[in-house]
Write a protein that binds this ligand. Structure first.
Ligand code: SF4
Length: 364
């Protein structure tokens, strides 16, 4: 990116789009691509300031905090090219079977102590079928729900049957993590052992069961800006409630081990573009934050992020929770996100900005 004064034409166009989103309107794919393709740092900072206004308008100063527990680690049958837990690659990541109740209960207590809204049980496997493992997971979720410390979320891979989704809902799962990873076009370059359609089908079962959707992707895998833009529109179409943006942290031994890091401004610009496309969603910055953004981590909120993954990631370390909480305090942001069931994401119209307009029905 080059450094120049704000381009007056770009400034005007960014402002028009920002005003439209603020008043409940939407931007088109072409308009979003114009934002993704901004190059000058002055224009990018202009974009960030609008993304910040949009975040404040729709989300206030509340920041939704989540953490995860690796409930079953390593030896995964899938070949996701970014993942340390795939059995296709030698990465030295830990391997163990499904965890006992104690570590899960401890994670819930730790989360409550730090004001973390949700703890997600994450399992490294292809997916979940009916059987003893589903029973065990439902038991863990029910225990977490009964303890009342945090919202019990899960991320358990592909679900092929509606019954499984319904059982999870009955056990108390409110939100299910299932990333689309990247655009439909780029997905086959990240994984060939399952498909983008498998992921959409899983999300469809979850939505029918009444479970909220946490779905986002990873940037920095070699995808284009168009791919990032199309991922954001796919996430809008599926009605994702929480949108995790992970930034690739290349793991030695995986096919993406030598991927060059994305420039910091490119990462912040991507977050801002997501905020323009998904103004009401929780945009959560997750894996790869510390290593890729370094001292610029606090800029994610200026770029429109309204949620943060805290604590360690599945196979890599994050900065200490205390440091994140201090960062929020320093910025006047409030981590006490109340459990309002994501009702602030409901649109009151089609986005045309006219009062009295009926909500748009989004198909999955
Ligand atoms: S991302 Fe999930 S499905 Fe893919 S290899 Fe890793 S653990 Fe398995």
């Amino acid at each position: 990116m080059t450094e120049t004064l704000v381009d007056a034409t770009n400034h005007q166009r960014i402002s028009q789009l920002g005003e439209r989103v603020l008043s409940g309107g939407k931007i088109s794919r072409d308009e979003a691509l114009f934002l993704f393709n901004l190059e000058d740092s002055a224009d990018v900072f202009d974009l960030l300031s609008w993304a910040n206004r949009i975040r404040e308008h729709f989300k206030g100063n509340k920041i939704h905090l989540c953490s995860i527990v690796n409930a079953k680690a390593g030896a995964c049958s899938e070949n996701c090219s970014f993942c340390a837990q795939s059995s296709f690659y030698q990465t030295g990541a830990p391997k163990y079977g499904f965890v006992d109740p104690e570590p899960v209960a401890e994670a819930g207590e730790e989360a409550q102590k730090n004001g973390v809204t949700a703890v997600g049980l994450v399992a490294a496997w292809k997916g979940l079928n009916e059987g003893p493992m589903l029973d065990e997971i439902c038991a863990r979720v029910a225990e977490m729900k009964a303890a009342g410390k945090t919202r019990p979320d899960v991320s358990l891979g592909i679900i092929k049957s509606q019954k499984v989704a319904d059982r999870l809902k009955e056990a108390g799962v409110e939100c299910y993590g299932h990333n689309l990873e990247s655009s439909r076009r780029f997905f086959p370059q990240t994984c060939t052992t399952h498909t983008f359609e498998d992921r959409l089908q899983t999300i469809s079962h979850l939505k029918k069961a009444g479970i909220k959707i946490c779905s986002g992707g990873i940037i920095g895998m070699g995808e284009t800006r168009e791919d990032r833009c199309d991922l954001a529109f796919e996430l809008k179409a599926i009605g994702a409630n929480v949108v995790p943006v992970n930034i690739l942290n290349p793991i030695p031994g995986t096919p993406f081990e030598k991927n060059p890091p994305l420039p910091v401004l490119e990462i912040l610009k991507t977050i801002a573009c997501f905020r323009f496309i998904l103004p009401r969603q929780e945009i959560m910055i997750a894996g790869g934050r510390t290593v890729n953004l370094r001292d610029a981590q606090s800029m994610i909120f200026m770029a429109g992020a309204s949620a943060l993954m805290v604590g360690n990631y599945l196979t890599t370390l994050n900065q200490p929770v205390e440091k994140d909480l201090q960062m929020l305090k320093d910025l006047g942001l409030d981590p006490s996100w109340d459990s309002h069931g994501f009702s602030d994401q409901e649109e009151t119209g089609c986005g045309c900005g006219k009062t009295g307009c009926e909500p748009e029905v989004v198909a999955v």
